[in-house]
Design a protein around this ligand. Structure first.
Ligand SMILES: Cc1ncc(COP(=O)(O)O)c(C=O)c1O
Length: 395
């Protein structure tokens, strides 16, 4: 089963490792605290499971592997439930304050006195599925309107899930980066409010809220583990997930923080390219990855600030590892529980396996017998048809 990973074409580059304080500057500890306080009081909140995979750890000669399984998160199928819905709340809070000239607590956004105002506001975003679902869910909870922009390759199942949450879903030609450009333009022209998970120069407040929301996941991990892991493998799209997690870990664990390794599809390697260039760099996507959530050509400027300082290694993995990695979760090593892991949620796992089974990468990533590895299984089944199809592909 592991043979697929032994001869895979994996690229490695070391992080630029700039020295600085981005882990506390880019997202303040108070931002993470506020997100935890708010999100943990939402209906249906429950920490997602942190699942030990002792069989996999044995097979890969490390001390332990823990997988944070985000499939059950708020019934939305991925960790993204935490970010967009939380940032949507802040967007509405700021607009209510701007229009009423009063100070309004986050918890008051749903007060009946603001219901008419909120129902006249439109939240928008571009998405390849999971972030849009979170924004649509947040808009519905709060009573705002919602328009979600998807690109040509987003599955119809994912579009339908967002329509079911009451959003208008607009399909545009081109790729994810193009849909980001369209939503910016149309929102500006129409007075709509963009709730983006990626930041660009002059737009970082909402992406920071998104990343603060993801901090709930990191907080649960910190509380669940007796001691910090030595390594964390994180999938990278625009980098917000990885940036949030490594910042939160640094704030909690300081010098004991795990070595952070970012894994991207070789078809969408903007963070890898940024590491090589030593600055945020686009790597336009010419062919969509199966790992749809990771198929991004431009890094988030805010996330990159953190990653440039905190990430020690960047890996890219080929498409042909997606099915085997998903299957390894669905039909696990003896003694490990089966996990339904979505195609965008297994890049970290696939990168870890490659790093563990190949001497050169094992050495480059500092993996040892006593390493304690953390994986973020960022997605469960978000489109059953896609899940079954990909699981059935390749060997
Ligand atoms: C399941 C899943 N994992 C990871 C990511 C990557 O997150 P980011 O774009 O913040 O790097 C995404 C992004 O959509 C995702 O949907």
């Amino acid at each position: 089963m592991l043979q697929n990973f032994e001869d895979a074409n994996v690229a490695h580059t070391a992080g630029p490792h700039f020295a600085g304080d981005a882990a506390v500057r880019a997202i303040a500890p108070a931002d993470f605290d506020a997100a935890v306080q708010e999100i943990t009081r939402w209906d249906g909140y429950e920490p997602t499971p942190l699942i030990g995979l002792a069989g996999l750890a044995d097979a890969l000669t490390v001390a332990s592997v823990d997988n944070k399984h985000e499939g059950p998160r708020f019934g939305l199928g991925s960790f993204k439930a935490l970010g967009g819905a939380y940032a949507a709340l802040w967007v509405l809070q700021r607009e209510i304050e701007a229009r009423t000239g009063r100070q309004v607590a986050l918890a008051s956004v749903t007060d009946p006195e603001f219901a008419t105002l909120v129902s006249s506001l439109t939240l928008t975003t571009a998405t390849d599925g999971n972030h849009g679902r979170s924004v649509a869910w947040g808009a519905r909870r709060l009573g705002a309107r919602c328009r979600i922009y998807i690109h040509a390759d987003v599955s119809e199942g994912r579009a339908e899930a967002m329509r079911d949450l009451g959003a208008d879903v607009i399909r545009v030609a081109g790729d994810y980066d193009h849909s980001v450009a369209v939503v910016r333009e149309e929102s500006e022209a129409n007075g709509w409010f963009v709730v983006s998970d990626t930041s660009w120069p002059g737009y970082s407040e909402t992406p920071r809220d998104v990343m603060a929301g993801y901090g709930v996941m990191a907080r649960e991990i910190v509380e669940a583990l007796e001691r910090p892991p030595t390594h964390v493998f994180l999938q990278g799209g625009v980098g917000a997930l990885a940036g949030s997690v490594v910042a939160a870990f640094r704030q909690s664990w300081g010098a004991e923080s795990p070595r952070a390794i970012v894994v991207e599809p070789e078809l969408a390697r903007c963070l890898f390219a940024s590491a090589q260039a030593g600055r945020a760099t686009a790597a336009p996507v010419t062919e969509e990855s199966l790992m749809a959530g990771l198929s991004c050509g431009e890094p988030s400027a805010l996330a990159w600030e953190i990653l440039a300082e905190e990430v020690s290694d960047f890996l890219t993995i080929p498409e042909r590892l997606v099915a085997p990695a998903m299957r390894l979760m669905a039909e696990p090593m003896a003694g490990d529980p089966a996990i339904e892991a979505g195609e965008s949620g297994i890049a970290g796992l696939a990168g870890f396996i490659c790093a563990a089974v190949r001497d050169d990468l094992r050495q480059a990533c500092g993996l040892e017998r006593d390493s304690r590895v953390l994986l973020i299984g960022s997605e469960g089944v978000t489109d059953r048809a896609v899940y079954e199809r990909v699981l059935g592909e390749g060997g």
